[in-house]
Design a protein around this ligand. Structure first.
Ligand code: TPP
Length: 378
């Protein structure tokens, strides 16, 4: 037999039938960020919702300005501003029920305040005073997380455990574009999808991870496209459009609560201020880019719609501004008081069984404090 004849006689067994495990088409994100404000769909937006969102973003903007001012007065060690991102921040809180959990990052104190946590307590960590500053169980808000993306597996664990116990709870976890490159992001999304855990992942794509622009962060078509690889739906939304954000996050929360599993939401927004008060953003981006985003401002978008529909007169505008001023004045007054701190608390509530090194450091600090107190009494 020739080689040709041998080959035509050989009939390899084909592999068992293959088909995709899930149809990828419904998981694909929107072709462009979903918008409502500034489009014809805005006419359908509920007046009560528009007014509520407006009051909240105006408060949020004032809170941001006050917190940054406190860093200049030496009352706050560091503040990662969310100016320009207020719609994402407040809607993350408003889309949840009281029984749900919020998992914020260091940039999300505004979401934490919008959820009802005392603003001074929300800033405790950034003041460098104490551990978390608030009781996470009281408002169901996890501690602000500084190690990037570590809050995501926590959110999945909590949501999965709640589901196993039969508790009707959804977890919403917030992360930045830079955080999506972390291993924790991958592990959290994979577990969440495999377990169909009731989690909403909200990525605030604000353009930068400190000085690293998105183009150097990922080659993915969008961050929302990453969802498909895990087998969960991805949504792409204009993060400066509070109404669009409210619709998309509320839908994702509802979907998770109904047993539909996790959703990855990419909110396209922009960090119009520096990374923190310790950063100089002029070194890595052009003023014109910032100006283009300032022109697509979350407050302006709501104001234009409310004004066009005759829902925002001078009195309503003043009421929102007065409420925001009262929040800022209270924050200023209370942050200007010296907190009563016990430095020994540094070692409290960290380990149930402190390590030998921590015990040694604790004893050393105790001795230094005692010596100082003795010196003061002489
Ligand atoms: C695991 C880890 N690596 C590095 C850092 C240092 N770091 C702090 S903020 C930041 C940028 C994060 O950017 P992004 O996730 O886009 O969030 P944004 O600050 O823009 O809200 C980096 C690298 C960190 N906090 N944690």
């Amino acid at each position: 037999m020739t080689v040709m004849e041998q080959r035509s006689a050989y009939r390899p067994t084909p592999p068992p039938a293959w088909q995709p495990r899930t149809d990828p088409a419904p998981l694909l994100p929107d072709a462009a960020p979903y918008r409502v404000l500034g489009t014809e769909a805005a006419a359908q937006a509920d007046p009560g919702l528009l007014r509520r969102l407006y009051a909240q973003v105006v408060r949020g903007r004032r809170y941001n300005a006050q917190a940054t001012a406190l860093t200049k007065q030496g009352r706050l060690a560091v503040y990662p501003s969310s100016v320009g991102q207020e719609a994402c921040e407040v809607v993350a809180a408003l889309a949840l029920e009281d029984r749900d959990w919020l998992f914020p990052s260091y940039r999300d104190t505004l979401a934490v305040v919008a959820r009802g946590v005392d603003p001074v307590q929300a800033l405790t960590l950034l003041r460098g005073d104490w551990h978390t500053g608030y009781d996470p169980r009281e408002h169901r808000v996890a501690p602000l997380c500084t190690p990037l993306a570590t809050q995501l597996p926590h959110a999945v664990g909590l949501a999965h455990a709640a589901r196993l116990k039969g508790d009707d709870v959804v977890a919403l976890a917030m992360v930045g574009d830079g955080g999506t490159s972390e291993g924790d992001f991958h592990e959290a999304l994979n577990f969440a999808a495999v377990w169909q855990a009731p989690v909403v992942f909200l990525v605030q794509n604000n353009g930068f991870a400190i000085s690293v622009p998105l183009a150097k962060q990922t080659a993915a078509p969008s961050l929302a496209h990453k969802a498909v690889g895990y087998g969960m739906p991805g949504r792409l939304v204009d993060g400066n459009d509070a109404v669009a954000m409210y619709e998309v996050l509320s839908d994702a929360v509802k979907h998770a609560r109904a047993g539909g599993g996790p959703t990855l939401v990419e909110a396209v927004t922009y960090r119009v201020e520096a990374h923190t008060n310790a950063d100089d953003d002029k070194r890595y981006r052009a003023d014109s880019e910032v100006a283009a985003w300032r022109a697509h401002d979350p407050i302006d978008l709501l104001e234009q719609e409310l004004t066009a529909r005759g829902l925002l007169d001078e009195d309503a505008r003043n009421a929102a501004r007065d409420d925001a001023e009262a929040l800022a004045a209270d924050l200023r007054a209370r942050m200007n008081q010296d907190p009563a701190l016990d430095p020994m608390d540094l070692f409290a509530q960290v380990y149930a069984e402190p390590t030998p090194q921590l015990r040694e450091q604790r004893a050393q600090l105790r001795a230094e404090l005692d010596a100082e107190a003795e010196g003061a009494h002489r």
